[in-house]
Design a binder for this molecule. Sequence first.
Ligand code: ADP
Length: 483
Amino acid sequence: MKIAVCASEAFPFCKTGGLADVVGALSTFLSRNEMVESLVLFLPKYRDIGKTAFSPKKISGSFVVPVADRFENANLYLVEWGRVKVYLIDNPRYFDRPGLYRSESGEFSDNDERFIFFQRAVLEGCKFIDFKPDIIFCHDWQAGLIPAYLRTLYNIDAFFAKTKTAFTIHNIAYQGMFAKDTFIKAGFSWFDFTPDKLEYYGGINFMKAGINYANIITTVSPTYAIEITQNPQISRGLEGVLNYRKKDLYGILNGIDTEVWDPATDTFIYRGYDVKTFWRGKPFCKKKFQQEMGLKQDKNTILAGCVSRLDWQKGIDIIADVIPDFMGRMQFVVLGSGDKGLSERLKKISDENRESFVFVNDFNEELAHKIYASSDIFLMPSRFEPCGLSQMISSRYGSVAVVNSVGGLKDTINYYPDDLMKSNGFVFDGATASNLKSMLGHIISVYGSKEIWNNLIRNAMKTDFSWSNSVLQYTKLFSDLLK
Ligand code: ADP
C-alpha cells in the first residue's frame, strides 16, 4: 500500500510535543513494514526546518492552492529520510516565522489559513509529485479537513478515486475551532454547513471534520478511546460525533522510538547503561546531574524528574503544590515551558529551595535526556492524558513513572500495590495534591529497599514500549480498509 502521512510536526524535523515523536517514529516504522510499498510524509516548511542536519532539496516547479479569495503559491522541498520521503510544503507568508503555532503573545491569528493552505497543498502536492495514495493518514486538527475535502470538493477527482483516509486524534483538547469566516476561506460549499457535516456551533471545527469524514478514526490508547466517547470533560463537546462514529474508532497505543530513546547509546547523557548495568550507570548520571544543576550531592535522596509542557492538562501545578512538603526529603527537577503563571510560581519555589528543586523554563532536548537518565522517579500527574510518551521514555531510562490513572498512563504503567515485584511504576487514582503526596510518601519508604527498587527499575526498563505491535495493528486496519 502507498501511504501519505500528513501532520503539522514530526521529529526530528520540527517538534513541540509528543505528536512530533509519534508522527516521526510511526512514519519510519510503517515505512519498514513489508505491506507498505512507499510512504511520503508532508510537513509545513517552518523556518527552522532547513537549519537541522537535513538539507532539503527544492523540487523544480510550483503549484497554486486556493485559500479564501486568493491563490497561494506552494513549493515543495524533499528530504530523503531512510525509506520515508519527506515533502516540506513551502509558503513563506505562512511558515517563515519563528514558532510552529504561536508567538510569545499567543496563537498566530492566521492559524486557520495556514492549515487550510497546508491541507489543500497536501492534496495538490500528491498530484504534483504524482503520488496516488491508498491511504492518507491525517494527524490531529491541523490535518482534519483532508478527509472532508476528499468527500466534498475532491469527490469527483479521479486522482483520489481509490484513496481512503485515516484520522488520528492525538489530543482532543485541541480541536482547531474557528468562526464562520474560516469555513468560507476553506472553500467548502454552504451545502455542507450543517451540524451533521462541517458546521460546529456556527463555525467550523477541523477535528470534528476529521472525525466525521475519515474512513476510520484512531486514537492513541485504548483507554482514551473509551474516555473520549464516555467522558464529556475529556471529549470537550465531540462525544456526540464520536459516538456516531464509534464502530470506526480504534484505540492503538503509541510506542516510542527505541532507537532514539536508548540509554545504552544516548550521547546526551553522562554515561550509557542498559538493564544489566543501570545500577552503575544511573547513580553516575544522578551524581553528575546534581553537580551540574547545583543540587545537594546525595545519592540516597530520591530525585524526581518532570519534562513537560506547562499546561493544566499535565497537573504540574499539583507537583508545585507538593514540593514544599518534601523539601529535605526529596529533590525535584522540572523542565518545561508554556503557561506563564505556572512558570513564575515554579521559579519562585525553586528560588526559595535552590538545593532541592531546580526549575528550567525551556524546551531543551539535551536536558530532557539527562533528566530521564538521572532521576529516580518521573512525575506525571496528568488530569487527562491521551497516551503520554514521557512515562514510557522515563521507564526505558529506569526512571520509575509515578502517574495518575488516566488514558494511556493507565495502559502503560502497571502498579500492583500488593506485589511491587510485578510493578513497573506507581499509579494513583485522581490528580490531586493529596493523592500525589501520599504516593510520594509511600515511594520514599519503598526506595529504602534496594531489592524492590532495582526490580522496579528492571521491570520499567524491560517493558516493551516499541512500535512493533502498534504498527501491525495500523497495517492490519489499513489493509482491511482497502479490501
Ligand atoms: P504532550 O502532551 O506534550 O505531547 P507527551 O508525553 O506525549 O506529551 O510527549 C512529550 C514529548 O515532548 C516527550 O518527548 C518529551 O520529552 C518532550 N518534551 C516536553 N516538554 C519538553 C521540554 N520542555 N523540553 C524538551 N522536551 C520536552
